[in-house]
Structures are given as C-alpha cells and as structure tokens.
Design a protein around this ligand. Sequence first.
Ligand SMILES: [Fe+2]
Ligand SMILES: [Fe+2]
Length: 190
Amino acid sequence: MSKELAKTVGFTAMKDGTKEDYIIIKENDEKTARELPDRLIEHLTEMEKDDGAYKINRLEHVLQCATRASRDGADDDWIIAALLHDIGDVLAPFTHGQVAAEILRPFVREEVNWVVRHHGTFQMFYNKSLGEEDRTSREQFKGHPYYQSAVDFCEKWDQCSFDPEYDTETLDFFIPIIKRVFLRKPFENN
Ligand SMILES: [Fe+2]
Ligand SMILES: [Fe+2]
C-alpha cells in the first residue's frame, strides 16, 4: 500500500495524538509483529554478504549451526537459537549475544534465551589468542542452572560450524520453524 493510501495519524507530536490516532498506531504495530518472520528471513539472507575471515560466510555459519541442532533432535527453541544467535553481529560486534537474545526473548523459553545472551563469553573458551583469564571467563557462570547448556550449545553447534564441507541445510528448510516460533503469542513461554 502506498504511503498516501495507508492510514496515518493526525499529530506531529505524540502528546497531541487522539485515541483514534493511537488505534492506528496499534494496528500498524500488530502488522509489523506479523511481518517479523519475513523480516528475520530477509536479515538472515543479508548475512550472506558478511564473509569475514572464516572459511564460510555468516549465513552459512548459522545455517550449519541450526542444521547440527536439528540433526541432534533439538526442539524449535534450540533450532531458532542456533539460527539467530549471531544475528546482531555486524551492528553490535561487542554485544551481539544480547541483541539476539532480546529478539528471541518474547518467543523462547528462559534457558534458551540465557544461552544465546551469553554464548559469546562461552565461545571465548576456544579462542587461543586470548589470555587464560579471558578464555575461561565462562567460569563466572559456574553453578548457574544453564551453564552446561551454554557449554553444550557452543561445543556441539557453534564452535564447530565453520566447515565448508558440512552438508548444511538451506534457509528454506528453517522457514516453517521461523514462522512457528515468531508467530507464537509473545511472552507465553517465559
Ligand atoms: Fe556469536
Ligand atoms: Fe556463532
């Protein structure tokens, strides 16, 4: 729909908005929420351009991660976590786990959200350029109920998913899962 035909509010400052204006905003927000799966798919597709220094690009990395999760019999929450865990990487290189976790938070259970939020710290364990203190900084979470889940996420799915020879599923394979998870009622699972 063109901008001219779409419903638009009458105000230029929020404090002057009428109830009808805010109903228009609400309807538009609901439409935006329904489009979330498509927007995520679009963003994942864009990640193909981010090829960094690894042997595969960022899209291939997350597809491989999600493929491993799926082949291990993981449920939708884990597969989506594996698929989206690096989604904020180029915009938030120092806090990308938190960005991805906040995208996921309304739709997945707490454990999965926690692992995505902290996966960067757990991944440091594999980085041999780091000093011992940084490399083992995951130890700060030792005793946390989700500590082992984060160790497993990184060991089984994330750190090993840079392999150009791996038989990785395409994005199409994951589209029904993206739709199932992101069309859930927000905050119903946590
Ligand atoms: Fe990451
Ligand atoms: Fe990753």
